[in-house]
Design a protein around this ligand. Structure first.
Ligand code: ADP
Ligand code: MG
Length: 697
């Protein structure tokens, strides 16, 4: 029924059907049914003049005209009526056809005035109101809220006006409403106070009141989100059933010894919780596919190390892959240091490892004598073969594509457990909708004793003051990062900026008192590594760099991060960069330097940085500014093209939907209960329908 072409609807016909399809993508009954009004003229309420508020919505006021006058103005005249109710007075104004109104308006008779109000001085004013005698108004049957449909100029020019659209929808509802099945179980609807499907559809188009409209929309949005969650959770469950994982059931000597003797600090509660989640995955018999989110500096590395030890304790090899050479090196060094007391060997494999050094690594991986390999993309090459890879950890996931992740899977007969670590916190809402089929752990707590980084925004003109501040910090023994943007399109220009900046810094901070490092993408890996190392060792006080240092670099003594041309960075990048400082016990600073003229978005980004250190909050703002598609890349954004709900605005509803979807599947995984038949049926309809109605029909 719902797939009937729209041309068969009474009042449509081939011509209009063509037009509707071309202009609004409405081809079937279903399309029209789900073409919802984007706003309503609210005629459900009558306002008293004393209640008027500044707003863009139309209001309806009952009153009497007590006075009429024309006022001369530069061009022509205007007619002003003083309109009074028992609570006060306002003005009705006409700029055209004054005489016509003059002749017809009746003083002292009650009218209903409908329109937008503006405030001029102390007086509310309504220009060219819809005016109707109250007597007449009362006689007519009123549609209390008139739907206004999204449409195009072409449509209304060709006679398909808003009124025609509304009539078509009303006709459609009359025809199909009775046949539409309920799609949410009664119990769930009762529990959440959700209105029935048929009522929701009627009220979403022709509501009796704002309240009923809100309830109708909530019901339809909930349904959409609930079914997305159900589909994702079921996909996840079936993946787990399909793909067996190695069982790491024992906590062995390595893990135990390290935990009791070599752990350099007490784990935070969040780290402990995440480890429990990981351990339960590893023992479950299903392949782990877990995303570990944790803000910069939250301590993901130690979680990775402990997970690696679990793999080793159970007789498997483990590998950690990072997106950049610098980061891989850092991990290698940090992890080797941590594991030194246990006498476990770790190797590093990156693009710059020489052929002759590579051979023994590959050999010992293949014969199983090398338990841990850390590296970059080089690890993914086909000739890198493990004896029994049981765990693959990927750091900074947003740099890796899905295809690359799949390569790790293929290193074994059966896929290793996968732990993906990311420091770009994916907003909760997005994580829920996108990774419904991936388990997510959060380290939502920083190690104790961290002082929040203090962030300020300065312009180019403040540079001398900034330099003076740097000198003070360096005198206290601290170190400083100065970061320049590097955007691919303007690479040449960016390098010039970087070099100019480096030169002016060198002049301002002369040797031998000051030592500067510089690191950028065009340098050879060895040169980069050499410069990084000098900074890490404290031989240089200032690190001038492009965003190559964005990920993972850990120099606790660095206390100032200066970001040049900060307006050119995205929010998540700014947040990542700021995370490079604030790792020690000292107060740290982030100084965002920008030009004087900023776009609104840039202004919002910099302000957000100044106002908060909370990665989740920042990511939510980012999502709002850029929209979900852009944030995740177009490839994944399809998941997010919702019909009714809005992933940002309806995040609370999404949480509720998620919760109830989980609950349903834990009670009745196969949806065999008669009460759940409608759910099963709708899910199977979603399974075959690969169009944009997947989630709502
Ligand atoms: P990220 O999550 O950004 O990868 P790291 O794992 O690099 O963070 O940890 C950042 C810093 O915090 C490191 O110096 C690490 O040694 C330290 N750290 C991690 N966990 C704790 C903890 N529980 N207590 C104290 N310091 C910690
Ligand atoms: Mg890290």
């Amino acid at each position: 029924m719902l797939h009937t072409p729209i041309t068969y609807l009474k009042g449509v016909g081939p011509g209009r059907a063509e037009l509707l399809s071309r202009e609004l993508g409405i081809a079937t009954y279903q399309d029209l049914l789900y073409h919802f009004p984007n706003r309503f003229l609210d005629k459900s309420r009558y306002y008293r003049i004393s209640e008027l508020q500044p707003s863009s919505a139309e209001v309806q006021v009952i009153g009497k005209i007590v006075h009429l006058k024309t006022v001369a103005q530069k061009k022509g005249k205007r007619l002003i009526a003083t309109f009074r109710d028992e609570s006060g007075e306002m003005e009705l104004v006409w700029f055209r056809s004054q005489q016509w109104f003059m002749d017809r308006l009746k003083l002292g008779e009650p009218y209903v005035a409908f329109g937008r109000v503006n405030r001029f001085g102390n007086t509310w004013s309504m220009a060219h109101p819809d005016l109707e005698l109250l007597k007449k108004h009362r006689q007519k049957k009123q549609l209390r809220m008139q739907p206004i449909y999204p449409s195009t100029e072409k449509l209304s020019k060709q006679g398909v006006t808003n009124r025609v659209l509304a009539t078509c929808v009303a006709e459609l509802l009359k025809q199909v409403l009775e046949t539409l099945p309920e799609t949410l179980p009664q119990g769930l609807r009762d529990e959440l106070g959700l209105v029935g499907k048929q009522q929701a559809l009627v009220q979403a188009h022709f509501p009796d009141s704002n309240n009923n409209l809100a309830r109708a929309q909530a019901r339809l949005k909930f349904e959409e989100l609930y079914y997305i969650q159900l589909a994702l959770l079921r996909k996840n469950a079936s993946r787990k059933k399909r793909i067996k994982g190695f069982v790491f059931e024992q906590v062995g000597d390595l893990f135990r010894d390290f935990y009791t003797q070599a752990l350099p600090f007490e784990l935070t509660e969040a780290q402990k919780r995440v480890l429990r989640e990981i351990r339960s995955d590893l023992g479950s018999g299903a392949q782990m596919n877990r995303l570990l989110q944790g803000d910069v500096g939250s301590g993901k590395t130690i979680v990775a190390v402990l997970t690696i030890l679990l793999a080793l304790d159970n007789g498997y090899q483990a590998s950690l892959v990072a997106p950049t050479e610098i980061l891989a090196q850092q991990h290698y060094r940090a992890i080797s240091d941590l594991l030194k007391p246990l006498g476990i060997s770790v190797a590093l494999l990156t693009g710059s490892v020489k052929e002759k050094d590579r051979k023994p690594i590959l050999q010992s991986l293949a014969d199983g004598s090398l338990p841990i390999l850390i590296g970059t993309h080089a690890v993914l090459e086909d000739r890198v073969q493990f004896k029994n890879l049981g765990l693959a950890i990927i750091d900074e996931q947003h740099r890796f594509g899905v295809a690359q992740r799949a390569k790790l899977w293929k290193k074994n007969a059966s896929p290793p457990h996968i732990l993906v670590m990311t420091a770009t916190p994916i907003p909760r809402t997005l994580a829920m909708s996108l990774y419904g089929d991936l388990d997510v752990s959060n380290i939502d707590e920083l190690p104790p004793g961290r002082k929040p980084v203090r962030t300020v925004h300065r312009t180019d003109r403040d540079r001398l003051k900034v330099f003076a501040f740097l000198k003070e910090e360096i005198a206290k023994g601290r170190q400083v990062y100065v970061v320049y943007p590097l955007i691919e399109e303007s690479e040449a220009l960016d390098y010039k900026d970087l070099m100019d900046g480096f030169e002016s810094m060198s002049r301002e901070f002369p040797a031998p008192q000051y030592q500067l490092s510089i690191v950028h993408g065009k340098m050879k890996p060895e040169a980069k590594e050499f410069e990084m190392q000098r900074f890490v060792n404290g031989e240089t006080q200032i690190m001038v760099a492009t965003t190559v240092i964005e990920v993972g670099v850990n120099v606790p003594n660095a206390s100032v991060m200066i970001i040049e041309s900060a307006e050119r960075f995205g929010l998540s990048q700014l947040h990542q960069l700021r995370g490079r400082v604030g790792r020690g016990a000292d107060q740290s600073y982030c100084i965002l330097i920008s030009g004087g003229k900023l776009s609104d978005d840039a202004q919002t980004r910099l302000q957000t940085m100044v106002q908060t250190n909370d990665g989740f909050e920042i990511a939510e703002t980012d999502l709002r500014l850029r929209g979900p598609g852009d944030l995740m890349g177009t490839q994944q954004s399809g998941v997010l093209s919702l019909q009714i709900a809005d992933i940002v605005r309806d995040s609370e509803l999404l949480k509720t939907a998620r919760y109830h979807a989980r609950e349903l599947l834990s009670k009745d995984p196969e949806l065999g209960h008669p009460d759940h038949q409608m759910v099963r049926e709708k899910l199977s309809r979603m399974g075959v329908m690969k169009n944009r109605w997947d989630y709502i029909s």
